[in-house]
Design a protein. Sequence first.
Length: 311
Amino acid sequence: MTLEELKALPKIELHCHLDGSLSREFLESRLGRKVEPSEIHVSDDCQSLQEYLEKFDLPGQCLQDEEGLELAGYDVLKSMSQENVRYAEVRFAPLLSENENLSCSQVIEAVIRGMNRGKNEFGVDYGIITCAMRHHSYEENLRMIRTAREYLGNGVCAADLAGAEAIYPMSEFMELFGQAKKLGMPFTIHAGECGNVQNILDSVEAGALRIGHGIAMRGNSEVQKMIRDKGIGIEMCPISNLQTKAVESESQYPLREFLDNGIKVTINTDNRTVSNTTMTKELQFIQEHYRITDEEIRLMMRNAVDTAFIH
């Protein structure tokens, strides 16, 4: 497809972080000053995940009150509408915005209000995925999931686990997501973004319906077969994964391998602003580097339909 055709293609995105995808205009309006691109985009020669995560400081400052959260929800759907994204699952960690003036419920409700306004104005449907954080306690994370469960089907569509996977393996969160399953809260898990395939296996055992990134199962035909046979979706974010050095080079990125092995791959931006990307740019990138055909692009959009958390 040409760039124009890719932009016009109706798209679905399932792995997009709210704080990493806020527009420069939004950030400038909230901060009351000019924001340089270097403050919010990683450079082309980003060397590590740590360097990547430094770009979340500014947007985090803008998500500490109801107005900022509501405007953020609106802003991200506005950006998506400009490239014909028709449905998006947008994730964020409510506890990172909780403070003495803002409860977990208020945080979630503010984002829902903003996204409802964006949906009505731009025609982009959405679901919110609330992220438990690996560095938070079991009690804090369970409280958040219980709170978010009250909004399931009314803005919220699922839960997630995000944060430093190498330091906090999935094995430490089996009880938490066992409770999520009992509550009837569907979930995806960030797993296998760094090198440990066991985190993917544990996530599947816990009941994850999708896996964020999943790169660690590269070259592991047994795990890939299990993922394929269970119909578990893999949320791939090519440009972000290369920037954070989840893989060392473009040639090591397993998109082609996963597709050829029948896995339900979807393509996503991860962090639109931090990675300076869009769905259109991601699709153009994989066409150029991984021999992705037009029909495979359509297949990955169908995969997104099949593995989305709404019907």
